[in-house]
Write a protein that binds this ligand. Structure first.
Ligand code: NAD
Length: 173
């Protein structure tokens, strides 16, 4: 498969690999899904927003000839993660890679709430989606990977996990 002048598969061949990608319908998730599909992977497009995953799956299938699986998941719920895994295993019988990429808050409106007004409810939801969900999905998927005796887990973070944001960059936003 060619992307511009670069043959992605020559650089990075993931043909037949099964990648579970959370937050697949988001800004970066969509780009990861495209890149992984270009490299031949079958991506499990997992997100709380099923409709966008479903549309993305159709696009990827058509464009790259891969076999993506759209799945609705709430990654803060163990039951929902278990369901996502069983749907994946039912279709592909394995999980090669888990990419924990989903993040909260989803909406720009919520991101723009000033610190002194930020609701405790949103804080708790952020911890549940951004931290606890990684623990839950790593724990559940690692069981499959231990059985397979292989697998890769990628936890997406941010540079702001290491350094404080320079607020001057954001102007009045
Ligand atoms: N966009 C950036 O500039 C940037 C920079 C540094 C790091 N990151 C990191 O990259 C990752 C993705 O960021 P993004 O900008 O694409 O975010 P985004 O807000 O565009 O997408 C996040 C996705 O997560 C999904 N989601 C939210 N809650 C969920 C839940 N409970 N269950 C399942 N899915 C849920 C949303 O529906 C959404 O599709 C995050 O881990 C973020 O910290 C992003």
């Amino acid at each position: 498969m060619r992307s511009g002048k670069i043959d992605v598969k020559k650089l990075f061949d993931l043909s037949g690999r099964v990648v579970v990608l959370t937050g697949a319908s988001g800004l970066l998730g969509t780009q990861y899904a495209i890149g992984l599909s270009q490299a031949g992977a079958n991506v499990v497009l997992a997100d709380i927003d099923y409709n966008r995953c479903n549309q993305l799956a159709r696009d990827l299938q058509k464009k790259y000839g891969v076999d993506p699986l759209p799945v609705r998941v709430d990654i803060t719920s163990k039951q929902s993660i278990k369901k996502m895994i069983s749907q994946t295993i039912k279709k592909f019988s394995k999980i090669d890679v888990l990419v924990n990429n989903a993040v909260y808050p989803e909406s720009k409106k919520e991101r723009l709430v000033a610190f002194d007004k930020f609701p405790l409810l949103s804080w708790n939801k952020a911890l549940a989606v951004n931290i606890t969900s990684m623990f839950l999905s790593c724990q559940e998927v690692s069981r499959i990977m231990l059985r397979q005796k292989n697998g890769v887990i990628i936890n997406v973070s941010s540079i702001y996990g290491l350094v404080a944001a320079d607020q001057r960059i954001y102007g009045n936003s």
